[in-house]
Each structure stands twice: as structure tokens, then as C-alpha cells.
Ligand binder design. Structure first.
Ligand code: NAP
Length: 260
């Protein structure tokens, strides 16, 4: 029970990678708050976690792109759990591809607010309790698109590059305070986000769904998608006591696609 007695706040916990991280942490004894906009999804995940692991699992409806919504979500968790989170996973995100000249202000701002500003808002809300305790973990789910560019993903890639800048700077600021700050950079993961990417390729190219999926798989030297559980396993290491020496890092989980 590596996380017994800890409380983790996981954004985007209603499905995909966030849900897998919430389950992985709860299986190691953590209480969890699972936050996203879709109430039914956060409720379903929280109930399943409580039933399987017996830990406290708090469903939180929150739009991480809105600072007031983030403040209200953290206040609710403090009220329900009696304390602020020990572990924050900034995982909520969107990825909508568009040609650069078809990326309008709204799409640009939506990526920055959902993927980058959210990480700032949630970290700002979580940090005081961590500093007071002298123990904390901030884990940002970025992307290999935070390290390298790609066509049709300028807004997404820019937002994820920003997440890595925030990660590295905050890690240095709190390095002596018992708080680590790291990022995980997945390649293509087998989630709804990737399923939408496959639909997009199919719609644009006329290829079959299998052929479109194959294009994404072939971007990885391992010729496969990563699973949410593989990302969750790295998050667990970063959250655990054994991970205390790792900070300011951006760890790729991508089958070798990016090697820096
Ligand atoms: P997903 O299945 O689409 O899940 C995204 C989660 O984020 C959902 O729970 C969603 O819930 C939540 N979310 C989105 N906008 C939100 C908002 N404004 N406020 C609160 N929650 C919000 O995607 P995923 O694949 O698990 O992605 C999770 C993270 O991994 C993202 O940051 C993504 O960029 C990153 N990532 C994914 C891949 C991949 O291939 N899938 C690769 C690299 C990095 P609601 O819509 O209900 O709010």
C-alpha cells in the first residue's frame, strides 16, 4: 500500500488515462477525488473505485479551464475529505487537430486554457497544503507533443510545451520543500482521444478505421498504442515515496518515439 493515507486529486478522471491513474492510486490505498465536467462519468468512476478498493472516492464536477470552477472544486474536496490533496494529477486535456491557418482564436484559447492554464490553476490551489505538510506530488500529464511538433496540432503542441515549462520551473521553486513536480509524456494511448483521432484521419483520407489506426501505431517503434495502465504505472512511481528523488522531469511513455 504505497499511497496509504494520501489523498489524490485527479483531473480528467472520468475516463481514459485519468481513470486508470485514479484506480492505480486507489489500489495502493489512496483516497481519490476524480474531477471532470461530465457528472455521470466521474460518479461512475468514483463508485467503482470505492466498491473495489474501499477508499474514499469523491466525484467532482469541475471545468479546469475556469479558475472559479477549480477553486470551488478544491473547496469541495477539502470539505469532504477534511484536508487538501497530497497528490495532484493534472491530466484533463483536449486535442483537436486543425491546419494552422484554420486554427481560430477560440480553438487556440480552448487548448491553452484546458491543457495549460488548468495546470496553473490546479497547482496553485493544491500547493499551499503540500508546502505546509512538507510533502507533495504534482504530476502533469503532458505529451510527446510537448517536446516535439507535428502538423495540424500547433495549439495542442504549444499548450503541452507550456506544461513542460511550468513543470520544470515549479519543480525548482519547491525542490527543498518535499514537493516534486514532474510530467509524463505519452505517445498515442488507447483512449477515446485517440479514437477521435482515428475518426479524423478516416474522414480526411477515406482510409478505413483499421488503416487509420495503423498509421498511428506505426509512429511508434513498438508499432502499438500505449495503454492507460502503462501511463498510470509511471504516475504511481512519481507519486510514491520511492519517487522522491525524481523532480523536474518529463518522462516519455511512447515506445521509443521520442528519445529526449
Ligand atoms: P480522454 O479519454 O478524452 O479524457 C480526457 C479527460 O479530460 C476526460 O475525463 C474529460 O472529461 C477531461 N476534460 C477535458 N476537458 C476538461 C475540462 N475543461 N475540465 C475538466 N475536465 C476536462 O483523453 P485521454 O487520452 O485520457 O487524455 C488524458 C490526458 O493525456 C490529456 O491531457 C491528453 O492531452 C494526454 N495525452 C493523451 C494521449 C492519447 O493518445 N490519448 C497522448 C498524449 C497525451 P470531460 O470531457 O467530461 O470534462
Amino acid at each position: 500500500m504505497k499511497l496509504h493515507g494520501k489523498l489524490a486529486f485527479i483531473t480528467g478522471g472520468g475516463r481514459g488515462i485519468g481513470s486508470a491513474i485514479a484506480f492505480a492510486f486507489a489500489r495502493e490505498g489512496a483516497d481519490v477525488a476524480v474531477a471532470a465536467r461530465t457528472e455521470e462519468q466521474v460518479r461512475t468512476v468514483a463508485i467503482a473505485i470505492h466498491n473495489e478498493c474501499g477508499v474514499q472516492a469523491i466525484p467532482v464536477v469541475c471545468d479546469v479551464a475556469q479558475p472559479d470552477s477549480v477553486s470551488a472544486a478544491f473547496a469541495r474536496v477539502v470539505t469532504e475529505a477534511g484536508r487538501g490533496p497530497d497528490i495532484l494529477v493534472n491530466n484533463a486535456g483536449i486535442a483537436i487537430s486543425a491546419a494552422f491557418l484554420k486554427t481560430d482564436d477560440e480553438l487556440w484559447q480552448r487548448h491553452l486554457s484546458t491543457n495549460l492554464s488548468s495546470t496553473f490553476y490546479c497547482s496553485r490551489a493544491a500547493l499551499p497544503a503540500m508546502l505546509e505538510r512538507g510533502w507533495g506530488r504534482v504530476i502533469n500529464v503532458a505529451s510527446i507533443a510537448g517536446k516535439t511538433g507535428g502538423p495540424y496540432i500547433a495549439a495542442y503542441s504549444a499548450s503541452k510545451h507550456g506544461v513542460l515549462g511550468l513543470t520544470r520551473s515549479l519543480a525548482l521553486e519547491v525542490a527543498t520543500k518535499g514537493v516534486t513536480v514532474n510530467a509524463i509524456c505519452p505517445g498515442y494511448v488507447d483512449t477515446e482521444m485517440t479514437a477521435r483521432g482515428v475518426e479524423n484521419i478516416t474522414a480526411r483520407t477515406g482510409k478505413s478505421a483499421d488503416e487509420s489506426l495503423e498509421i498511428l501505431k506505426r509512429l511508434s517503434p513498438q508499432r502499438r498504442l500505449v495503454t492507460s495502465e502503462e501511463v498510470a504505472a509511471v504516475a504511481l512511481l512519481l507519486a510514491s515515496e520511492e519517487g522522491r528523488g525524481i523532480t523536474g522531469q518529463a518522462i516519455n511513455v511512447d515506445g521509443g518515439t521520442v528519445m529526449y
